[in-house]
Design a protein. Structure first.
Length: 610
């Protein structure tokens, strides 16, 4: 991890590489570096910290070559410092590469190579790849064959871009479990781990699949398997605009993405609702529609925010479709040997489509013979390609590391799935039409929820210095409590926990005093009276309560310390609205605390290691 950029062409590579790195900053990283091949010499410059630190380090270096690679690193092996930053080289400095992923057998490789006389300079697993290629090459193997031979010895995951003095007019790339995209220009080519890094230069791309390599020159490219079988690649066109990944006047990407949600929720539904029939149509499920509709049990597996969206999906699928649903963290699903029958369906949810744990869970589900459906944002991503069918959420690029618009779009997609299945079972056409009508009102209601921003900002000023928060919700709003707590801890570094409100008295209530803010989602749904009782329990112990309430509800005004009024909707749609003020609360507290909102410490946007 975490970001790769490469260029070969006729232009100066360095500005292209640095600009590409800046477009990957949102992924999270702790060091950065570039390597440029110039007049037969490999020049490497790298630095710990932000890309701005790398730019300062680059001052005075005249790197004018037309071929180069660059990287932003999120530390796995070795502390984040200049030495461990990518690119890494072999002992002779003739091979330089950048790498996303983890080499699981690097210790064994390192020991073997050390016995052959190789000296290592870093604490990383990546350095072993360069030495391994060099070992094969120095033993008389042609360079491309040495590259493929080294890859065949590696256990783990990788996205690799490499340049070498031995092949001075080529970039070598390889992929296994970590994404790589190749952009095609006029007499020039680009390599990246994310299309956003190269969209300013080209829209024509192809994606490497697992077990494939690409050898790229100015004249063209050759793609093969690691076993040396030629592979024909389909060139695709990137669909999103450069403007969609710019801040558009907002101080942070996260705030921009929060405010995009009226549009992104509408985009997730666009063309998929048929009001007169009261039904949803998901074209991406056509190849597996029979298996979807006959499913007697559904597993939902995801990580982080996507997991919370999956919990909302569990509630709605069980309530309206009467299908048992089990939601699991993807990191646990693969290793616990789940019991999956041939009439079960596995739904994997991911923003990036590259999350390593979710990808591993998908492959385990397929190995067990299950039909696998994906709910994905990034078109052309690994998970989008490997599922049997699915639906894109069409939220557009999400740059802020802390996910916001992806959550509401994922829940919207799950609502569409629920409506589609429910209408084939017990839901009447009239019920379906009523649900469709309410769904179509969602963008307007999300827009109205955003108007609480000033109220939320004032509340944030009151509580920004607290060290702990408790979030409570019931029913459909319990996953919202989990997601609200996650947003706060991700970007403000305040400890926060989400709980079912009734569970508070089974332990967490011991923590409540006048220094413990409690955020309660208390909209007027089927559990309203119960959650009012839970608020009474908090207030009896001098807790300070921030309540998200339904518009027009004044019952709680004298009971709680602060209220945030939001529009009402049906229970299953309420999370899409309820989460808005919690996203804003996390954002404003983080800003007031001086935190890096878009790039919180230790986090990466696309977690491509397990």
């Amino acid at each position: 991890m975490c970001g790769i950029v490469g260029y070969i062409g006729t232009k100066s590579a360095l500005p292209i590489l640095v600009d590409g790195l800046k477009r990957l900053e949102y992924r999270g990283y702790d060091s950065a570096g570039v390597a440029v091949l110039q007049d037969g010499d490999l020049n490497v410059v790298k630095q710990a910290g932000k890309i701005s630190a790398l730019e300062s380090e680059l001052n005075g270096h005249l790197l004018s070559g037309v071929i180069g690679i660059a990287h932003t690193r999120w530390a796995t092996h070795g502390v984040p410092n200049q030495t461990n930053a990518h690119p890494h080289s072999d002992g002779s400095g003739n091979i330089v590469l950048v790498h996303n992923g983890i080499i699981e057998n690097y210790n064994a490789l390192k020991k073997m190579l050390s016995e052959q006389g190789h000296e290592f300079r870093t604490d990383t697993d990546t350095e072993t790849i360069a030495h391994l290629i060099e070992e094969f090459y120095q033993n008389g193997t042609p360079f491309e064959e040495a590259f493929r031979a080294a890859l065949s010895e590696i256990d783990g995951t990788y996205g690799i871009a490499l340049i070498s003095k031995y092949e001075p007019d080529k970039i070598y790339c390889a992929r296994k479990g970590s994404p790589l995209v190749v952009g095609i220009g006029k007499d020039e080519y680009y390599v990246a781990s994310d299309a956003s890094a190269i969209i300013a230069h080209t829209r024509n791309v192809f994606y490497l699949e697992d077990g494939e390599i690409a050898v790229i020159s100015r004249e063209g490219f050759v793609t093969k398997t690691i076993d040396n079988k030629l592979v024909a690649k389909k060139v695709e066109k990137i669909s999103f605009d450069l403007e969609r990944i710019e801040k558009a006047g907002y101080p942070h990407f996260m705030l921009k993405e929060i405010y995009e949600q009226p549009n992104t929720v509408a985009d997730a539904m666009r063309g998929r609702l048929i009001e007169e029939e009261g039904v949803a149509k998901l074209g991406g499920l056509t190849p597996i529609l029979h298996n979807v509709l006959r499913s007697r049990k559904i597993f939902i597996t995801a990580c982080g925010t996507s997991y919370h969206a999956g919990l909302v999906g569990e509630y709605m699928l069980e309530q309206y479709c009467r299908i048992p649903v089990e939601v699991e963290y993807a990191s646990e699903f693969r290793y616990r040997d789940p019991i999956i029958e041939d009439d079960n369906m596995v739904v994997v949810i991911t923003q990036s489509g590259e999350t390593a744990d979710t990808l591993a869970a998908l492959r385990e589900a397929k190995r067990k013979g299950s039909t696998v459906m994906g709910i994905v944002n990034v078109v052309g991503s690994s998970i989008a390609r490997e599922t049997h069918g699915g639906t894109y959420i069409h939220a557009g690029p999400e740059i802020g590391v802390a996910s916001t618009k992806a959550f509401t779009s994922q829940v919207t997609a799950l609502t569409l799935l629920t409506l589609m299945i429910a209408r084939t079972k017990s839901m009447s056409a009239e019920e379906g039409r009523n649900m469709v009508k309410e769904m179509k009102k969602l963008p307007e209601k999300v827009e109205k929820a955003l108007q609480t921003d000033k109220i939320v900002e004032k509340i944030a000023g009151e509580f920004k210095d607290k060290r702990n928060f408790l979030y409570l919700g019931r029913g459909y709003n319990f996953p919202v409590a989990l997601e609200g707590a996650l947003k706060l801890k991700e970007i403000s570094y305040i400890h926060a926990e989400g709980y079912p409100a009734a569970e508070m008295k089974h332990g967490p209530i011991a923590l409540i005093d006048d220094d413990m803010p409690v955020v309660v989602i208390a909209t007027q749904d089927s559990t309203y009276e119960k959650i009012v009782s839970n608020i009474e329990e908090v207030k009896a112990r001098r807790g300070r309560v921030i309540a998200v309430v339904s518009e027009g509800d004044t019952k709680l005004d004298k009971l709680v310390d602060f209220t945030i009024p939001i529009p009402m909707t049906t229970d299953l749609l309420q999370p899409i609205i309820s989460i808005i003020p919690l996203q804003l609360l996390a954002y404003h507290i983080a800003v007031l605390r001086g935190c890096d909102v878009d790039q919180p410490r230790n986090l990466a946007k696309s977690v491509t290691v397990e």
